[in-house]
Design a protein around this ligand. Sequence first.
Ligand code: ATP
Ligand code: MG
Length: 603
Amino acid sequence: MRVSRLILATLRDVPADAEIISHQLLLRAGFIKRVTSGIYAYMPLMWRVLQKITSIVQQEMDAKGSLQTLLPQLHPAELWKKSGRWKGYTEGEGIMFNLKDRQNREFGLAPTHEEVITTIANEVLLSYKQLPVNIYQIQTKFRDEIRPRFGLMRSREFIMKDAYSFHSNEGDLKSTYNEMNDAYKRIFSRCGLETVAVEADSGAIGGAASQEFMVTANSGEDLILLSSDGVYSANQEKAISIASKAIPLKSKDRKEIKTPGDSSIKELCNSQNVEPSQIVKVLLFLAITQNGDKQPILISLRGDQELNEIKLINTLTQIIGQDIIDISQISVDKLKSENIETLPFGYIGPDLSDSVIKTAKSWKKKFLRLADHTAAELSNFICGANKKDTHRIAFDWESIGGLPKAVDIRKAKAGDHCVHDVNQILHDKRGIEVGHIFQLGCKYSDALGASFTNEEGAQKSFWMGCYGIGISRLAQAAVEQNNDEFGIIWPITIAPYEVIIVIANIKDPDQKSLGEELYKKLLIEGIDVLLDDRDERAGIKFKDADLIGIPWRVVVGRDAAAAQVELIERSSKSKNILEVDTALEKLLKEISEKKKFSTPLNL
Ligand code: ATP
Ligand code: MG
């Protein structure tokens, strides 16, 4: 392609609304155009990157015997009502765009495809003899994200590869899950990405394994915790650890103390000269269940620990026995709208009486009380006295009416000791989730009544797995990991073009003809090559080539008359003046090496 015909419109200034480097560079280099919040057009250069990633993904999925398909994006509400996800996805978190057709029938724009594929599997997979089956597609997903941001990282319309597998037993599911793990490692490494695989939250399903693939980057939205010996790595949402030991409270003098204004842990510690780990703090939450029940929750945490909301939701799902569609902290406004008198926030103790919510209009009138293990283990602590400006010191659980249900709902954090080896300490990194593999078990097949006939002739629910890769997010993550002060440095396997030939002075006939000749030769060899034939200053063309991140640049300049060119590698900046044929040979060798596909086929 000739740069003169490429719609190349690079920007010198950093666009105001782009916070992270990859978003800035993709906008500045003209790869993407914002249409509205969280919705972008992929410009021709970007589309080439996406196509290259797609092709690597296809090769690796095909090699594992997965079948490519294309499923509809408009889903009838009935399917989602059947799986029990309609309410949560529309009213609750509200991530699914939904609409009505002219006959007033409800539809959702697909954020994911478990419902559709499981329904089809039920119709076409009748016997265990047809199993296992693994099906994938690559297409646009829609999610009405609460906070679309960082360009393609969290957008509302994005490209995903999603695969679904169907099995007659759990062992078979596990073996496909391991195959997918293997395929994912190859995909990311072939795309030139460094990723870390981490244990991930499997939601309320419990038990089932789930792993995310993270590109480590400071701008990542996820926090991951890793042990120094490399044995344990997990998303903080899921991570477990041994908390640091509480510092024992010396005072044994059980009493109420006046603590005016000390409504935070920090203020209380300062005024009373105590440690956060000697305090039991209380958080009040409201959970809304799938059936619409509104359950107030009273949570006791050790003062130096933080609540892990994902663990809380999973715990509540299990205790209540219903999916939780929303949780939120109880605020003064919420109390008011429920007709409940305000509460002494900052001074609430674990034994806050249920009578305080007896006037509630729509809530349950009894708290569900939970204590994190670290709080439950304290035997001499400070806590609120349930009246303003007052705390209690040297209390234990018995003296405040007993221990609530003890559960793991705290956030593991850097500095905690590891469960697999107490001598190992966790450290943290930020990560961008580019892929997620998941053993779903029978959750969807049970809900949707999807079954097959087993060897004994009995009807059994499918064991299922699902496997996602954010194709458009991956493309931007590659930029986040590969850039410098001059622009993007595409890994060659996903670069829009592999080589750019820059004719320094297009008016010079020697330069022009040598440039054109090399261009043709590279095209014939199947190299993705750009020819910068614009009538611009050489400096501008070099800047653009660096900004758009083409891995190899050939400058056809003053030495053209002597059939010599300059070969520059974008990543290392190494420069060599070479005979044009030698340059050609070197390029062919470097590029073909990198493009090789050598995955063993498993068909
Ligand atoms: P996240 O936790 O980042 O919201 P998720 O866990 O909801 O993602 P999955 O349902 O596992 O996402 O989707 C599979 C993959 O799709 C993710 O690993 C991610 O790479 C990508 N993805 C998810 N949401 C978005 C989005 N809003 N924009 C771009 N890519 C996304
Ligand atoms: Mg995920």
